[in-house]
Structure formats: structure tokens, C-alpha cells
Ligand binder design. Structure first.
Ligand SMILES: Cc1cc2nc3c(=O)[nH]c(=O)nc-3n(C[C@H](O)[C@H](O)[C@H](O)COP(=O)(O)O)c2cc1C
Length: 284
């Protein structure tokens, strides 16, 4: 099981020592044009997670390729580039400019991008034509049937899935007004874990594709639970803000959690993964 960061949760150039603990570094989502992001406040705490409305702030495709990517290469860590956009052509053009990286993660939960199965499949199909790099489709669990979206992107040529993105939510300040300037934002952290485990289970069952599981992972035990639901790899997001040493710690804890579960590696529990829906259909 590889340990990655979740897109947008680590600035590898500002914290190279954190990035070097990872098996691969995933960039913040890159869009065709530069984006300033939303006005502050863009981050708020909630009881069981964090709310953000960063708004995909990024330098844009051209500056990313010319300035950021060469500096990221110097880290010596395998790179995944997270690609975003507003239509299939946006995604495909960025993909066609990428080379010598380990994989592309398609952020299919961008603002203004319709998360329906056919729109997601259209984006993946356009990117498939644009690159031979491995394509991981990153889905949110906001869709009523995430497994249907997973099947559609698999049929369109995705090589893997990244699950899950944040979920839209609101937090109020002491004056009962939204804590974020934008009103709502994306909820991440602990509250996402049970939702993410379900999404990983049903998408693993639906597609059998390799899955990077994420959503509230804080410990090695959490990572092993994602493996037990079908994830091959995991990504750490919100935990990195409070514990920059999390990748090394989670890796050590994962070995201990395997020993406690009586298995040699997380792959051994993945092979037992069954979705809760399937289990329910099995007669007692
Ligand atoms: C501050 C912040 C910025 C994020 N930016 C991105 C992004 O640019 N692209 C993306 O696909 N996901 C982004 N995410 C979502 C994370 O990659 C991840 O899917 C989500 O936070 C769930 O994992 P976690 O609970 O471990 O944080 C962001 C999350 C946070 C908290």
C-alpha cells in the first residue's frame, strides 16, 4: 500500500521534508487559467472535520508546467498531477501537455463540472485520447450512486479511482452567519471516513480498478480499514495540517495494524473486501 497526500493538502515546495515521506506527491488541482481562489475566510473548523472554500487557487497550466513542475521534479518523489477544468477539452489539453510523471488524477468534482456519470465519462474519454499516462478519476460521494459513476469512468478508460473528494457543507460563526466568506465549502477530515469507506467498497466491487482511498485517514488502522474495503493505496489530507509527520507515522502504524490483524500486508485484507450491499444480499 502506497501512502500519498490528498490533492491540495500539501505544498511540497514549501514543505519538501513532508513530501519526501510520501510514496508519491499529488499536486493541487491545475486549471487551464490561473485562479486566485475565493475571498477569506476560506477555512473553518467543525466538530469532526474541516471546511474549506479555497476555490482551486492555482498558478494555471502554463506557469505550472514551466515553473512548478520542474521544481517539483527536484524533490525526487514520483509525481501525480491533479487536473481540473470546466469542460472535457480543458482537461484533455492539460493532459496532452504532461509527460514524465507517474499518473494523472482527474478532479471530476470541480466547480461548474456536472458530476453525472455521462459527463464524468466524457471527460475521462477525452483525456484517454490525449495521453497514455495512467488516469485516476477522482470522484465525490455526492452523487446518489457513486458506483454508477465509477463504472462509467472505467468504461471510458480510467485506470484507477481516487475516492473521495470533500462534501459540500456549511459551518456557522458565533453570530449565526456562515463562517466561510463564500457561504458553503467542502467538508474534509474525520466526518468523511465512513462515507469514504462505503464509496471505496461499492466502487471496488463495481469496477475492480485500483483505488486510492482518502477521507479522514489519521492512523495506520484507518488505512487498513480502507484496504479492507478495497483500496490499494491511501492518501492523507486534512491530517497533514495538524501532523506533518503523518506519512511516516501512518506507515509505521500500518505495519503494526497488519500484525495485530494477523496479516502480512494490507493486500491480504483487500482480497476479502466485499461491499456492504453485497453482504446484505447473501442469505444468512
Ligand atoms: C484545503 C484543502 C484543499 C483541497 N484542494 C483540493 C484540490 O485542489 N483538488 C482535489 O481534487 N481535492 C482537493 N481537496 C480534497 C482532498 O484532496 C481530499 O479529497 C479530501 O480532503 C478528503 O481527504 P481528507 O479527509 O483526508 O482531507 C482539498 C482538501 C482540502 C482540505
Amino acid at each position: 500500500m502506497r501512502i500519498l497526500n490528498a490533492s491540495g493538502c500539501l505544498d511540497a515546495l514549501a514543505a519538501p521534508e513532508v513530501a519526501r515521506q510520501l510514496d508519491a506527491f499529488v499536486t493541487k488541482t491545475v486549471t487551464p487559467l490561473p485562479r486566485e481562489g475565493n475571498a477569506p475566510p476560506r477555512i473553518a473548523e467543525t466538530a469532526h472535520g474541516m471546511l474549506n472554500a479555497i476555490g482551486l487557487a492555482n498558478p494555471g497550466r502554463e506557469r505550472f508546467l514551466a515553473e512548478h513542475l520542474p521544481r517539483l521534479r527536484e524533490l525526487g518523489v514520483p509525481l501525480w498531477v491533479s487536473v481540473g477544468g470546466f469542460c472535457a477539452a480543458d482537461y484533455a489539453e492539460t493532459c496532452s501537455g504532461l509527460a514524465n510523471i507517474e499518473a494523472v488524477e482527474l478532479n471530476l468534482s470541480c466547480p461548474n463540472v456536472d458530476e453525472a456519470a455521462d459527463s464524468a465519462a466524457e471527460i475521462v474519454a477525452a483525456c484517454r485520447r490525449a495521453t497514455e499516462l495512467p488516469l485516476y478519476a477522482k470522484l465525490s460521494a455526492a452523487h446518489p450512486d457513486v458506483a454508477e459513476v465509477a463504472r462509467a469512468v472505467a468504461a471510458a478508460g480510467a485506470d484507477g479511482l481516487s475516492l473521495i473528494n470533500t462534501l459540500r457543507a456549511v459551518a456557522l460563526d458565533k453570530h449565526l452567519r456562515p463562517a466561510l466568506a463564500r457561504g458553503s465549502g467542502g467538508l474534509s477530515g474525520l466526518a468523511l471516513k465512513p462515507i469514504a469507506l462505503h464509496a471505496v467498497s461499492v466502487c471496488h466491487e463495481a469496477t475492480g480498478l485500483p483505488i486510492v482511498g482518502m477521507g479522514g485517514i489519521e492512523s495506520g488502522r484507518d488505512a487498513l480499514e480502507f484496504a479492507a474495503c478495497g483500496a490499494r493505496d491511501v492518501a492523507l489530507g486534512t491530517v497533514l495540517f495538524s501532523d506533518p509527520g503523518a506519512p511516516a507515522r501512518v506507515r509505521a502504524e500500518l505495519a503494526a495494524a497488519c500484525a495485530e490483524a494477523g496479516v502480512a500486508t494490507p493486500d491480504d485484507v483487500r482480497s476479502l473486501a466485499k461491499s456492504p450491499e453485497t453482504e446484505r444480499k447473501v442469505p444468512a
